[in-house]
Design a protein around this ligand. Structure first.
Ligand code: G3H
Ligand code: ZN
Length: 285
């Protein structure tokens, strides 16, 4: 699905899940929008949700129960070496091995091992060069801009798509953020495409809060997967908060967790629907 996106100039949304309701919301929006979609799970979320196999089974079961017909991938987000191996064994269909905190040679060597294991099972692999600024689920980066030579060496390991630090940050963007390094992104895309002789899909992490025009430009330059986590969390929080505050005068009668969570889920669904329209991947199933 990402190869199609790169070839046709749009991006697939990779949306992080946290629980049953979150997973259901992602799948429902994907189906409504007829958008091929990636359900992403971080190591922290996998632990929270009860393990690798639980995540895989949950996505499969909801996929069947909700009669989902659009393409759905189950993706490990920012996995370390051990997590990547566990995800491969558990039935994830795609994994990100994030060795961006390692020296580049070690990152390349470990990525190559993971590529071998994953490709033997038809699982796609994403790897990262440079680092993403900020923090996500305990993964902290200093926002190093990816050197072009590292990007080229990384695609030569045989990975399927490449995450690169281009000034992007996990979590909300600070007021003094100066924007994506779009010229550098273009240079990376040109260099990696030339190195492997085909169009390499590029992944944009830290997708929450980047102005839409920068996302659209990044997509036109080769970004084919945009990761979004915080934006859905903020929308969930805002919707739930409003509901609880409005309930104040009713002396907290709405304590049924299913009703509470349903209000937050509406927030997630509208945030993701909006992102899918910016990424251009509605009606691409
Ligand atoms: O890997 C996940 C993402 O890069 C999410 O970043 O929380 O800033 O949307 P975000
Ligand atoms: Zn990320």
């Amino acid at each position: 699905m990402i190869t199609n996106a790169r070839q046709n100039g749009y991006a697939i949304g990779a949306f992080n899940t946290n629980n049953l309701e979150w997973t259901e919301a992602i799948l429902r929006v994907a189906q409504e929008q007829q958008a091929p979609t990636i359900v992403a799970a971080s190591m922290g979320a996998i632990k929270y949700m009860g393990g690798f196999k639980t995540v895989v089974d949950l996505v499969h079961d909801l996929h069947d129960e909700l009669n989902i017909t659009v393409p759905i991938a189950i993706h490990l987000d920012h996995g370390n070496y051990e997590a990547a191996k566990s995800a491969i064994a558990a039935g994830f269909t795609s994994i990100m091995f994030d060795g961006s905190d390692l020296p580049i040679d070690e990152n390349l060597a470990k990525t190559q091992e993971i590529v071998k294991l994953a490709h033997a099972k038809g699982i796609s692999v994403e790897a990262e060069v440079g680092t993403i600024g900020g923090e996500e689920d305990g993964i902290i980066g200093d926002g190093e801009i990816a050197p072009i030579e590292d990007a080229v060496a990384m695609v030569n390991t045989g990975i399927d798509f490449l995450a690169a630090g281009i000034g992007n940050i996990h979590g909300p963007y600070p007021d003094n953020w100066t924007g994506l390094h779009l010229d550098h992104l273009q240079n990376i895309t040109t260099a990696v495409d030339e190195a492997v002789g085909h169009k390499v899909p590029i992944v944009l992490h830290g997708g929450s809060g980047i102005p839409d025009d920068q996302i659209e430009t990044a997509i036109s330059m080769g970004v084919s997967k945009v990761n979004v986590n915080s934006e859905a969390q903020l929308a969930f929080h805002e919707a739930l908060r409003e509901f609880i505050l409005a309930d104040h005068d009713l002396e907290g009668k709405n304590y049924d967790p299913r009703k509470l969570l349903a209000t937050g889920v509406q927030g997630i669904e509208s945030a993701l629907t909006d992102r899918i329209s910016v990424f251009g991947n509605a009606h691409k199933a």
